[in-house]
Design a protein around this ligand. Structure first.
Ligand code: C2E
Ligand code: MG
Ligand code: MG
Ligand code: MG
Length: 283
């Protein structure tokens, strides 16, 4: 009996593994033509000033809607795109589409909005990243100050020296750099010392229970003072409640981003937001 149970378990696991592999292969197959079929779309999540309630900018978040697979979340397909060597092409598509959008907003007189784009590991292994960013800004007529880049420890881990050099070049031309998901990876403090960072993003996992859990509150507070002592700005991600807004604002957090204010929006909805007065919520 024990043997049979063991075999059932084994069958169950291999079935699960088969399903996982099939799933990955299906994503790989569909990813291949996704740019050509125009299946990607960038959404924009507002970033708000906690002191004034004003809209400061947005984070660009990629969306993929595929006719066979439906909507696939970026947490699922980005790591696979990295694995399959497709992430540079996707990352370049995102950067171009964001720059085109920034230019449209600028030309419409909606102001110079700063948009932060997530970079992935594969993109940094690429020698051309800096040249591509520069060329894209120039091609679309976008000022470097209107572009931010978000990195994680994972983005730069593969070749930290190369990443430091690339980020210094980007910072020199005026692009700002945020360290995303701060506190969740390894050796965050070492990265702070070596990398030319402008903004720290407090990870959502510390924000979730910040008003009820003493440890999360202590971590959030420490990150805020750490950032300010290093002359960095600090932004909290995944803010969902008014209590979190108040807590973070009282403790000097500079910016916030989260469902409390808005989910990531398709470009037309974000444009509508830009047409309103900039002060969008009351402190
Ligand atoms: P991230 O950069 O940390 O982005 C924040 C994620 O939290 C986004 O998920 C956003 O929609 C979500 N979020 C924001 N506020 C809230 C909130 O109040 N509550 C909850 N529950 N979630 C919130 P999303 O869009 O699914 O993206 C997931 C991750 O995928 C991103 O994490 C980023 O690492 C990656 N990603 C997204 N777009 C791109 C891209 O264009 N390039 C690269 N390389 N990675 C991307
Ligand atoms: Mg991010
Ligand atoms: Mg993040
Ligand atoms: Mg995160």
């Amino acid at each position: 009996r024990a043997k049979e149970t063991g075999r059932d378990h084994y069958a169950f696991f291999t079935e699960r593994m088969d399903a996982e592999i099939r799933d990955k292969l299906a994503i790989q197959a569909q990813l291949r033509g996704a740019i050509a079929r125009d299946e990607f779309e960038v959404h924009y999540q507002p970033q708000m000033c906690l002191r004034t309630g004003e809209l400061l900018g947005a984070e660009a978040l990629l969306r993929w809607d595929n006719p066979v697979l439906g909507k696939v979340p970026p947490n699922r397909f980005i790591p696979l795109a990295e694995e399959y060597g497709m992430v540079t092409a996707i990352g370049e598509w995102v950067l171009e589409s964001v720059c085109a959008q920034i230019k449209l907003w600028h030309d419409e007189g909606l102001g110079d909005i700063k948009v932060a784009v997530n970079l992935s590991a594969g993109q940094f292994g690429h020698d051309n990243t800096v040249a591509f960013v520069e060329a894209t800004l120039r091609r679309f007529g976008v000022a470097p100050a209107n572009l931010g880049l978000e990195i994680t420890e994972g983005t730069v881990m593969g070749d930290p020296d190369k990443a430091v050099a690339a980020l210094k070049c980007l910072k020199d031309i005026g692009v700002s750099i945020s360290l995303d998901d701060f506190g969740t990876g390894y050796s965050s403090l070492g990265y702070l010392k070596r990398f030319p960072i402008d903004v720290l993003k407090i990870d959502k996992s510390f924000v979730d229970d910040v008003t009820t859990n003493a440890n999360d509150a202590a971590i959030a507070l420490s990150v805020i003072s750490l950032a300010h002592n290093l002359n960095l700005r600090v932004i909290a991600e995944g803010v969902e409640t008014r209590a979190q807004v108040d807590f973070l604002a009282e403790r000097g957090c500079d910016e916030m981003q989260g469902y409390y204010f808005s989910r990531p929006l398709a470009a037309p909805a974000f444009t509508a937001l830009l047409r309103q007065p900039r002060k969008l919520f009351d402190q």
